[in-house]
Ligand binder design. Sequence first.
Ligand SMILES: C[S@@+](CC[C@H](N)C(=O)[O-])C[C@H]1O[C@@H](n2cnc3c(N)ncnc32)[C@H](O)[C@@H]1O
Length: 878
Amino acid sequence: ASKSSHERDELIKSWEDDTFAGFSSSSKCRKKINKVAPERKYSNRSNGTVNGSLDYGEYASDREIRRRLSRLNKKSMDSESETSDDMDKSSEYSKSNTDSTSSDTESDTELKSQSQTGQSRADGSFTPDEGFDSMTDDREWGARMTKSSLVPPVTRKYEVIEEYVIVSNEEDVKRKMQVSLPDDYVEKLNSQKSGTEESDMELPEVKDYKPRKMLGEEVLEQEVYGIDPYSHNLLLDSMPEELDWDLAEKHMFVEDVLLRTLNKQVRRYTGSGNTPMIYPLHPVVEEILKGAEEDGDVRTVRMCQGILKAIESRRDDKYVAYRKGLGVVCNKEEGFGEEDFVVEFLGEVYPVWKWFEKQDGIRSLQKNNKDPAPEFYNIYLERPKGDADGYDLVVVDAMHKANYASRICHSCRPNCEAKVTAVDGRYQIGIYAVRKIQYGEEVTFDYNSVTESKEEYEASVCLCGSQVCRGSYLNLTGEGAFQKVLKEWHGTLDRHQLMLEACELNSVSEEDYLELGRAGLGSCLLGGLPDWVIAYSARLVRFINFERTKLPEEILKHNLEEKRKYFSDICLEVEKSDAEVQAEGVYNQRLQNLAVTLDKVRYVMRCAFGNPKDAPPPLERLSPLEAVSFLWKGEGSLVQELLQSMAPHVEEHLLNDLRTKILARDPSGSDDIWKELKRSLLWLRDEVRNLPCTYKSRNDAAADLIHIYAYTRCFVRIREYKTVTSPPVYISPLDLGPKYTEKLGSGFQEYCKTYGENYCLGQLIFWYNQTSAEPDCSLARASRGCLSLPNFSSFYAKVQKPSLQRVYGPRTVKFMLARMEKQPQRPWPKDRIWSFDNSPKVIGSPMLDAAVHKSHLDREMVHWLKHRPAIFQAMWDR
Ligand SMILES: C[S@@+](CC[C@H](N)C(=O)[O-])C[C@H]1O[C@@H](n2cnc3c(N)ncnc32)[C@H](O)[C@@H]1O
C-alpha cells in the first residue's frame, strides 16, 4: 500500500529518532534511504539443499554476488528516485483504496543521521543507548541492527505447559489435529521414496513418541546474542589477509566459534533483570585467543590477534553483538545427532477464525498502527495435504503458555527444522535437528515467516550471524511479481463471475471434488460447508493451478530484469529453478489463504444459521421482471431515484409529463421483457437529454448513465446475512507489544468482533487476503463503477453551490470509457463527479456482463458514448 506523504514524513521522523540504520544507508551527510530486499540463495531449495547442506564454496560466491549487488545498489540509489505506480494506488489491493497521489517510495526523502559513539562501560558492556553507529560510509555489507529493532528489555514470562492447550472449539480443533492415514499410505510412501510416485503430495510423517531434550540438562534457556550481516562482514574484513584461511573457514570462525563463545559469555545475564542490549565482541575474541593459546592452536591465535588488532585500530567501527532475548542452547557435551528430536513446539491452539479475531482486536487496540509489531510466537500447524482427510490448519500461539521451544530463535542457516509430524495419532509441531549440533551451539530453526508489511520486515533485522543471512528474519510477500497473475487474471469481476456461477449451480460436480482432492483439500476443511462454497472453492483451486503454471515465467521475467541491471553473467537455469521454487511458495500460500478464508466464513455461517450448510448463496441474478422493478417501476427503483434527484431542477409540469410517459412505457407486460426494457431505457435516455442542463443539473451525465444501464443484462442481488457479534477474545498488553505493557498495566482487554451482513461474501471474494478486518467494506470500495454503477443523484446538486468537482466534460467521459474498456476490473476513482452506494443491494454493469459471458464490452454501447454529440458544457468541464 502506498503511503501518504504525511505518513512518510512521520515515519522518517521516527527513523531519525531511532537512528535508522537497518536495510538502509546512513552516513554523515544526508542520504536517501535504500531498501535492500532479502537476498535469496541462488540455489534450488526443492532439491535438497535446504538447511545448510550446501557446500561453502557456493555460499562464498553467493556473498560475493551480494556484495557486488549492494555496491551497485548504493550507486544507483544515489542517482535515482523511484516514482509511484499509479496502477497500484487505487487498485483493490491497496489498503486505503483512495486515489490519492501518495507515493510508494521512501527513497526520495533525505535522512538526517545522528552520530553516536559507543563507549565501553567499566563492566565491558554497553548501555542500550550507546554504541549505535550510523556514521560509517561503508554500506555494502548488508542489513544493520537498528535501535528500534532491538528486543526490548522485558523478558516475557510464560506458563510452562506439557500439552497443547486448546483455546476454543475443542472438538473442532481436535479433529483438525487428528491424523488420518490414507489406506494405501505404505505403498504411497514407498513409491514416493523410490521416486515412482508421480505426485509430490506431502504425506504425513509418522514418528514414534520420543521424550524431549531435558531443559536445564540437555538444553539451556538463556539470554542469547547475535550479529547482523553487517557485523559478520566487518569481522571478515578485519581478518588478516596474510593468513592462509579460505573464505569458508573464515565464515565458520564467525558463525561457529565466535557465536558459541559469545553465548557462553552472556549466559550470566539470564534472569538478572539487567541485560545489556549490545555486547562488545572484544572479550569474546580474547576468550577464543586464550583457549587457542592453551591448545597450541597457532592458526587461531593469529586470527584472534589480527581481529583484536583491527578492533583496537578501527575505532570508528563497532564490533558488537546484539541481544535477541531468550534462546535455547545445546548443553549436552557430546552434542545432538542429525535428525534428533529436540522438543515439541507447544502452545495455545486457536481455531483460525479465532486467531484472526484476536489479530483484528490487536490492530484495533494498537493506537498507532506503525508501532513495531510485538515479537511473534505463533506457528501454523498445517495438516499434510496427503492426509486422508486432507489439508487444514490451526494456529499454535506460544506467547503466554508454552515450553522452551517457543524461545528458539531463527537462523537463515538453522541446525533444526520445525515440522509437522504424526505422533500417536495426532499432529504436532516437532523441532528436529537437521545436522549435528555441538555443545554450546544455539539451537535454531528457519521461521520461514512472511509479512506483508514492509515496516515490519525492515524492523526485523536478523541476528543469526550466518553467512547466508537474508537480513531479516521475516520474508516480505504480497509484492511485485507474485501478484502479477492474480491482478491480470483474477480481478474483481472474474471473482464475482466465479462466485455467481457457484451460487447459481449450488452443487458440486465430480470434477470439482477431484480438483479439490488433487490440491489436498478434503473433508477436514470442506466438511459442513454449503455446496456453493465448495463449488466456488473448486473454481479458486483451478485459478490457483493456472497461476502456478503462469507465475514462474512472470517471476523469472521480473528477476532477470532486476539482475540485468547489475550483472552481465546470469545463469538462466539457476534463475529458472529459483522462479519455480518461488512460484511453488506462492501456490502453497494461496491454498493456505483459501483454507483460512473457509474457516472464517464457516464460523460466521454457523453463528448466523446454526448449520453452515443452511447459509444461502449470497448472489442471485435478477429475473427480467425483477430487473424491471429494480430499474423502472419498483419502490426505490433507479428511475424513481432519477426523478427525485431531478425534481429541484426541472419545472413541475415537465417532470409530471415525464412521469406519465414513464408509466406508459412499463416493459413488464412485454413478451420479451429484456428487449422492451432496453428500448424504454434508451427512450428515457433521449428524453432526459432533451431536458435543459445547468451546471447544477447534469442531465447529460444522467442520460449517459441510463444508456449504460440500457446495455446491462446481468443484475445480481446481494443477499445479506444477519450480523454476528462474537464472544470476547482476551488481549493482553503483551500481545500488543512491550510499549503497551507500561501503558496498560497487566490487565486483559476484551475485544468482540462484529461481522457485517456481507462479511462472508467479502471474505470469499478477497479470499487471498487476510489483512482486512472488514472485507465487506473492501468489497464495496472495489465495486465502485466496475460492478455497481454510480448513483443518479451524483449529477444533481443538492447544495446551492456545486463543487467544482461536478465536472462532466469530454475528458471525464474519455476517462470513464478508458476504465470501462481497458481496465474494467478497477474501481472508479472517488474524487470525480460520481458517488456510489456504500453497500449496494444490487450490482450489475456492462463490464460484469462481459466477464460473465467471457466476451468484449458491448461495442454499440461504447460507440454511442464516444460519438453522441455533447449537449452541454459547464465552464470547468474543459
Ligand atoms: C519466538 S521468539 C524467540 C524467543 C525470544 N528471543 C524471547 O526472548 O522470547 C521470536 C523473537 O525473538 C527474536 N529473534 C528470534 N530470532 C532472531 C534473529 N535471528 N534475529 C533477531 N531477533 C530474533 C525476535 O525478537 C523475535 O520476534
